[in-house]
Design a protein around this ligand. Structure first.
Ligand SMILES: *[C@@H]1O[C@H](CO)[C@@H](O)[C@H](O)[C@H]1NC(C)=O
Ligand SMILES: *[C@@H]1O[C@H](CO)[C@@H](O)[C@H](O)[C@H]1NC(C)=O
Ligand SMILES: *[C@@H]1O[C@H](CO)[C@@H](O)[C@H](O)[C@H]1NC(C)=O
Ligand SMILES: *[C@@H]1O[C@H](CO)[C@@H](O)[C@H](O)[C@H]1NC(C)=O
Length: 389
């Protein structure tokens, strides 16, 4: 689903020789801002569907710049307030990157839910909901989600500002969805990725000596989990996906946002944000096999790469699911044509009960990985997002 527009993304600079030690062992939050990964912004979307108009801020209420009166209205719709404790005036480097990524991601989510609410309200083709009771319920729920996401963004940007950092400004966005069902399925997938990335953020805050923020992220994580139960029910899935949700790492979330939703060259930054300096944007990994069921099977993938078939065959496909050790599989059946490599890898979905989100990645170097951040540090292409049940 998330990869639906990935083929439109240009892959210019896969950092094959990048230093896999740029990431610490505990989490995926960039090592030093001068990391050799740099800003691989060439992977962002440069073309999108004809007739699609990029979503631009500000919202009609002025968001992300809101008056006190508007903030009060947002809080009323969100059914609660921004945390009102005393400001924390110092953040260590990793923690700055964490709150920048949270603010960056929440801006995308605000854009997405604003667009979705508008489409439903306007009865756009594919977005009409016939039952007025159901339509009211969906809109009431999504209006609260939108306001809650606005507060998540304002909260993260406020934490940055209190610590003397510039706020993250919105980019322009496109969405690969053209129907209500597709949009809800996409919301479920990107929320799953957020739920995994917030795990990484909590580990990062702990490792950076800023553990006082961990409960706040736990509060956001539970909130996003409530949302996701709603999205899952709307597409006829049971509300809770798995006993332990899938772990992610910051570079996978940052790459997915840039590969799928952000119009190339439209992020104003700020340029000094650590986010843009320390997190990589991987090459796009297309999962060519569609409608993947819970069965042991061989999946087909593709990537755009100047590498030879024998180089590609030396890489691995890695699957991250739930809280289990990453699964590493050999690449087989490599075909290279016009700069696109297509290849297969086994996927032991049934054996390992890989329900919920699986993050797939193409890596180089190691044959085994103990942690998700080790996978991220060796990733060339990803994330390929697979959802089962
Ligand atoms: C919000 O306000 C800042 C500071 O005045 C300004 O630089 C920025 O462009 C505004 N953002 C939007 C989306 O209007
Ligand atoms: C908005 O609210 C904040 C916090 O209560 C206050 O410090 C500030 O003066 C208010 N701004 C205006 C324009 O009233
Ligand atoms: C809203 O509709 C427009 C026009 O059909 C479409 O391009 C966009 O992707 C839709 N938004 C969402 C969130 O699906
Ligand atoms: C975080 O910052 C504080 C205050 O500057 C410092 O005492 C502490 O050692 C830092 N922790 C880490 C892990 O860098």
């Amino acid at each position: 689903m998330l990869n639906a527009v990935s083929s439109a993304a240009l892959l210019g600079a896969v950092a094959v020789s990048a230093n896999p030690l740029a990431y610490g062992p505990l989490n995926g939050w960039g090592g030093s801002p001068s990391s050799s990964w740099g800003n691989g912004a060439s992977a962002t979307i440069s073309s999108y569907g004809a007739g699609q108009t990029p979503f631009k801020f500000p919202l009609s209420n002025g968001f992300p710049n809101v008056s006190n009166d508007t903030l009060r209205q947002i809080e009323q719709t969100a059914q609660g307030t921004l945390p009102n404790g005393p400001p924390v005036t110092h953040l260590n480097t990793t923690s700055i990157t964490i709150f920048e990524l949270i603010a960056f991601n929440e801006l995308f989510e605000v854009a997405f839910f604003s667009s979705l609410i508008n489409n439903i309200t306007s009865n756009y083709e594919g977005f009409g909901i016939g039952s007025s009771v159901l339509k009211d319920f969906v809109l009431k729920s999504l209006d609260a989600v939108l306001a809650q996401e606005e507060l998540h963004n304002l909260g993260a940007n406020g934490i940055l500002a209190n610590a003397g950092q510039d706020k993250i400004e919105p980019c322009e966005y496109v969405f690969p969805t053209a129907s209500f069902d597709d949009a809800i399925a996409l919301a479920r997938t990107f929320t799953d990725l957020v739920l995994g990335t917030l795990q990484d953020a909590q580990a990062g805050l702990n490792g950076d000596g800023d553990g006082e923020f961990i409960p706040l992220l736990g509060a956001v994580q539970g909130q996003e989990g409530e949302q996701n139960g709603f999205y899952r029910e709307l597409i006829n899935l049971i509300p809770s996906a798995a006993p332990f949700l899938t772990r992610s790492a910051a570079p996978f979330a940052f790459s997915a946002l840039n590969q799928n939703f952000i119009v190339k060259g439209t992020c104003p930054g700020p340029a000094n944000a650590l986010l843009f300096k320390s997190l990589p944007i991987f090459g796009v990994l297309n999962v060519e096999t569609k409608n993947i069921a819970l069965a042991d099977q061989t999946l087909t993938f593709s990537v755009t790469t100047p590498s030879s078939a024998s180089d590609v065959a030396s890489w691995k496909v890695v699957y991250i699911n739930q809280q289990n050790v990453p699964v590493v599989e050999a690449i087989t059946n490599v075909q290279v044509s016009n700069g696109v490599a297509t290849f297969d890898a086994f996927f032991p979905a049934e054996t390992l009960l890989m329900n919920a989100l699986t993050i797939s990645a193409v890596t180089h170097g190691a044959d085994t990985f103990a942690t998700v951040s080790e996978v991220a540090a060796a990733t060339l292409f990803g994330p390929g997002l697979i959802e089962i049940n």
